[in-house]
Design a protein around this ligand. Structure first.
Ligand SMILES: [Cu+2]
Length: 125
């Protein structure tokens, strides 16, 4: 009788172990899937006192993940006329740029001596 109890205990332990293992794998798979579905990215990397590119380009009508990374100093940004604002709290946003055009991108956080010149351009085509 005790053998049966031992045996079922071992079975239950094995099932629990396998369950945890598979759960872990499925979590990892869903993480990988969400990264694969991320789509086009528009990354603004800010430092003192400039953005990493003088000109950024995106395609009109495409859903883009816009993100801001502060490599040096503290900055926030705005794409003028499109109501896209990113800062230390809101670091990324999904945006579909509908209207082709040239938009000004600038820093909206007083960050120091070069703040006023911290500008870039976004071209939607
Ligand atoms: Cu600034």
């Amino acid at each position: 009788m005790t053998k049966w109890i031992m045996f079922s205990c071992i079975i239950v332990a094995c099932l629990l172990g396998a369950g945890v293992l598979f759960q872990d794998i499925s979590v990892r798979q869903s993480e990988m899937a969400s990264q694969a579905h991320a789509g086009p990215q528009l990354k603004f990397i800010a430092s003192n006192f400039q953005f990493d590119q003088a000109e950024y380009k995106v395609k009109a009508g495409e859903k883009v993940t816009v993100s801001l990374l502060n490599k040096e100093g503290l900055h926030a940004m705005e794409i003028v006329g499109l109501n896209v604002k990113l800062d230390g709290t809101t670091k990324s946003a999904e945006v579909t740029f509908d209207k082709p055009g040239t938009y000004e991108v600038h820093c909206i956080l007083p960050c120091g001596t070069g703040h006023a010149n911290m500008k870039s351009t976004l071209i939607v085509s």
